[in-house]
Design a binder for this molecule. Structure first.
Ligand code: 13P
Length: 340
């Protein structure tokens, strides 16, 4: 794909009022999510759950793209239509997670390096033929005593750039995800410092690898207080610190920034995004690529029972609509009450 087409796919993923559903839970992760509702993680349960999400009427008004897992991109709806086509028919762009997971970084206890570069060129070409138009790779950065180390930051940034270059070669828009975790007792200032360091290295590597930023999306964490920090920053503080960090590190050639939710409650993730967009215009679109923050209420409503599918789809529609409002800085807590 010429760079201009990559750019147009990237721009469509952050179209006005729209964001991405991350439904690319790996097998161990979806097993954990299903355990939370007392459901066995069988292939049919995973398929039925994804069908529920992908066939929710009307969500294409709010959802521009969906990130799939390797198993899911090969599955079909009940009527035999492959999932990538189920999405594409509604104008939703299919995407694919292509890393093979964050593994322990040898000699650096508590730190991880994301794997998946070997054979990636061939896998990307297969996914492109199956209908994927964008991809995702997640690096994980933990905050703690003496960490992250320079080795962890550099190794992950380098792998992200290698992945992004291979994606563009294969006509796929790379979503570059360096996630600074919210676990720990650190203050928001420490999260800002680490996020600044991580993003600075990532963009330096992307440029070195000749990645076209116009055809790339960034998926970062928000700048937050650590989960166990006694003083929790409010939405205005999170929005201020996050936008400041991004302005300092993310070139304006990047069309959009799609946040991960990272363990925030669904309402908090929506509120924080809305607060950022309410600050005014930014050099890039500020949007969402949420997993848990879009899906937690859906899983709770569904519980694996076919009779609960309509209620689960209503929950998905509602959270998608709230996050769409947050794209305009117009989400209010009253939206939750009127839907309840
Ligand atoms: P969360 O929004 O649940 O953090 O998931 C987003 C994601 O895709 C992580 O890789």
């Amino acid at each position: 794909m010429p760079p201009r087409e990559l750019e147009s796919v990237a721009r469509s993923l952050v179209a006005e009022g729209k964001g991405i559903l991350a439904a690319d839970e790996s097998s161990p992760t979806i097993e954990k999510r299903f355990k939370g509702i007392g459901l066995a993680s069988t292939e049919e349960n995973r398929r039925a759950y994804r069908e529920l999400l992908f066939t929710t009427l009307g969500v294409s008004e709010f959802i521009s793209g969906v990130i799939l897992f390797d198993e899911t991109i090969r599955q079909n709806a009940k009527d035999g239509t492959p999932f990538p086509q189920v999405l594409a028919k509604q104008g939703i762009v299919p995407g694919i997670k292509v890393d093979t997971g964050a593994k322990p970084l040898p000699w650096f206890p508590e730190e991880k390096i994301t794997e998946g570069l070997d054979g990636l060129r061939e896998r990307l070409s297969e996914y492109r033929k199956m209908g994927a138009r964008f991809a995702k790779w997640r690096a994980v950065i933990a905050i703690g005593d003496g960490i992250p180390t320079a080795c962890c930051l550099k190794g992950n940034a380098h792998a992200l750039a290698r992945y992004a270059a291979l994606c563009q070669e294969a006509d796929l828009v790379p979503i570059v995800e360096p996630e600074v975790l919210m676990d720990g007792p650190h203050a928001i200032e420490r999260c800002e410092e680490v996020t600044t360091a991580a993003l600075t290295l990532v963009f330096s590597e992307l440029l070195e690898h000749r990645v076209a930023l116009e055809g790339t999306l960034l998926k970062p964490n928000m700048v937050l207080s650590g989960k166990e920090c006694p003083k929790q920053a409010n939405a205005a503080e999170v929005a201020g610190a996050t936008v400041r960090t991004l302005r300092r590190t993310v070139p304006s050639a990047v069309p959009g920034i799609v946040f991960l939710s990272g363990g925030q409650s669904p309402e908090q993730a929506t509120l924080n995004l809305s607060a950022m967009n309410a600050l005014g215009r930014h050099p890039w679109e500020l949007s969402f690529s949420y997993g848990r923050a879009l899906q937690d209420p859906v899983l709770k409503a569904w519980k694996g029972a076919p009779a609960n599918v309509p209620a689960a789809q209503r929950a998905f529609y509602h959270r998608s609509r709230c996050n769409s409002a947050a794209r305009f800085g117009k989400y209010t807590k009253e939206m939750e009450v009127t839907a309840a």
